[in-house]
Write a protein that binds this ligand. Structure first.
Ligand SMILES: NC(=O)c1ccc[n+]([C@@H]2O[C@H](COP(=O)([O-])OP(=O)(O)OC[C@H]3O[C@@H](n4cnc5c(N)ncnc54)[C@H](OP(=O)(O)O)[C@@H]3O)[C@@H](O)[C@H]2O)c1
Length: 273
């Protein structure tokens, strides 16, 4: 079978993280056209025989870049309109589109790309930069058979979870898209609390950050649920129990996180409207 032709529109943080993974995947038989206005930082990819980098679509077309079977849209949402208007002959009627842009719906894309265009919509999160992201993936009817390929392409930046209802994307955004910031805040709050409890700032920072990342790694490695892991470190009348009595109070962490996720979801709905 002929190698796939994949165009990556926008090779910034997310685009670069994906491209690195694609080039390192021996099972992905594909050639890549990269469209990125500022590509001085992409020397590592430019040197690769399966990659051709252009500053814009017009230059790519003038240089004879081939039609792609899949175009991955990885520009900022506010640039999307302009970016897809320039695609021109880099696509044909069969080209599928995989978007990772926050808040850009398949309907929005269809209005610009044509009703029949197969569209896959993904929501990754920042740990993708180190291959530890989690991405929710939705495929419209025309793209259903492309889910395995999209899962392979997104699998290079972390775990991929398929969803079959696009309206879940707003809640996905509120939990995993914005979620890393909640965990970063937890590390900040634990550092501040450590300082307030008498630790030197550097020590409080080191302990709080290593605790958050270590606990995350334990959730990933352990067979037990987070609730069981928590119970395992909570002895009756002990120090952890004293802290959890505060955190698990009726006004504690759980209702607070619920409110935060609700606010993020409402914002995602408003931005997508
Ligand atoms: N970072 C995250 O955690 C995260 C999480 C979920 C979703 N996303 C989504 O992923 C997408 C990419 O985010 P990112 O963090 O990778 O952003 P980024 O680093 O800014 O990357 C976007 C790249 O696209 C380039 N670009 C702009 N206009 C273009 C055009 N017309 N044609 C081709 N390339 C163009 C930009 O170049 P210039 O810098 O010159 O403008 C930039 O290098 C966004 O839509 C975002 O919503 C990101």
């Amino acid at each position: 079978m002929a190698a796939l032709q994949i165009t990556l529109l926008g090779c910034g943080k997310m685009g670069s993280a994906m491209l690195r993974g694609w080039l390192a995947d021996p099972t992905l038989d594909a050639n890549f056209t990269i469209i990125e206005p500022y590509h001085e930082h992409l020397g590592w990819a430019d040197a690769h025989s399966r990659v051709v980098i252009y500053s814009d679509c017009q230059t790519a077309m003038a240089s004879g870049a081939p039609v792609s079977s899949m175009i991955v849209l990885a520009v900022k949402p506010q640039m999307m309109d302009e970016a897809i208007a320039a695609i021109g002959s880099l696509r044909d009627a069969d080209t599928a589109f995989l978007t990772i842009a926050a808040g850009i719906s398949s309907g929005w894309l269809q209005a610009r790309l044509g009703a029949g265009a197969p569209i896959l919509r993904a929501m990754p999160n920042t740990p993708a930069a180190i291959g530890k992201g989690v991405t929710a993936l939705y495929a419209d009817h025309a793209a259903a058979d492309l889910v395995p390929l999209a899962t392979q392409l997104l699998g290079t930046i972390g775990a991929v979870v398929a969803i079959d209802d696009e309206s879940l994307m707003d809640a996905v955004t509120a939990v995993s898209g914005s979620g890393p910031a909640y965990v970063f805040l937890l590390a900040e709050a634990m550092t501040a609390a450590g300082i307030a409890a008498g630790l030197p700032a550097a020590l409080a920072t080191q302990l709080a950050e290593a605790t958050v990342s270590g606990a995350g790694a334990l959730i990933e490695a352990a067979d037990e649920s987070p609730a069981v892991l928590r119970e395992n470190v909570t002895s009756k009348g002990g120090t952890t129990a004293a802290a959890l009595a505060v955190l698990m109070d009726e006004n504690g962490l759980t209702p607070l996180i619920e409110q935060a996720v609700k606010a993020a979801k409402a914002r995602a709905v408003a931005l997508g409207a």
